[in-house]
Write a protein that binds this ligand. Structure first.
Ligand code: SF4
Length: 213
């Protein structure tokens, strides 16, 4: 895993994403902070039974803090749910030194560099797929929670399988791995009521029970 992480943070395979991650101007509220501006490494337990897969780091979230699902509103929502079901010691994830620890969980993304408008293109998804595939081989989770349709498709592709229809709460097995679908905890979903905490917690609880955490 350490070798994978060392190689990952050097990756420059996607010119558009490299330009964006390195050049996106800081938000005024983060002025003076040093942004990470590299591929954002996964974190958590490298032998976790549950892998949580997001879409990509946010320009001012993971691309700023250097940790996936850290420092933005999606992270805040996800960690409230992880904490509520006993998979995190804190209901927040704000910085790499915030003392937050996940239990039985490894957190990663389909695409490791922040994309403009949170929309990686097909080539970028394909470029980044080998990283996710390598992570799945190393961690060997029992359950995977895919946050959003793009992550859902990316997980099945990385597992070498055709993705079934996406819907919140759906699940499907690929060999011994059970993949669960949840809407992504982005403000677009949480502010519109498409995803509430209870619905996200229900998926996490199902994954936790299946994985035996
Ligand atoms: Fe490399 Fe993935 Fe970043 Fe593309 S998105 S540069 S493949 S780490």
């Amino acid at each position: 895993m350490e070798e994978l992480l060392r190689a990952l943070v050097q990756c420059r395979r996607c010119p558009r994403l490299v330009a964006y991650r390195e050049g996106v101007p800081p938000l005024p509220k983060f002025a003076g902070q040093a942004y990470w501006r590299r591929p954002v490494p996964p974190w958590g337990d490298p032998k976790a039974k549950i892998m949580v897969v997001g879409l990509a780091p946010a320009a001012h979230g993971g691309n700023r803090t250097g940790r996936m699902f850290t420092g933005d509103s999606s992270a805040q929502f996800l960690f409230r749910a992880l904490h509520a079901v006993g998979l995190s010691n804190h209901p927040y994830s704000v910085s790499r030194d915030d003392g937050t620890e996940v239990r039985c969980v490894y957190i990663t993304s389909a695409v490791k560099c922040a994309p403009p408008g949170n929309r990686p293109n097909a080539e970028e998804l394909a470029n980044c797929s080998p990283w996710l595939k390598a992570e799945l081989s190393l961690v060997r989770p029992r359950a995977v929670v895919a946050l959003g349709r793009v992550a859902w498709v990316a997980v099945f592709r990385a597992l070498g399988s055709r993705p079934p229809e996406f819907s919140h709460g759906a699940f499907a097995d690929v060999g011994p791995v059970r993949v669960y679908a949840s809407y992504h905890p982005s403000p677009r979903n949480t502010n519109t009521g498409r995803l509430d905490l209870e619905a996200l917690e229900a998926v996490l609880k199902a994954a936790k029970a299946y994985a035996g955490c």
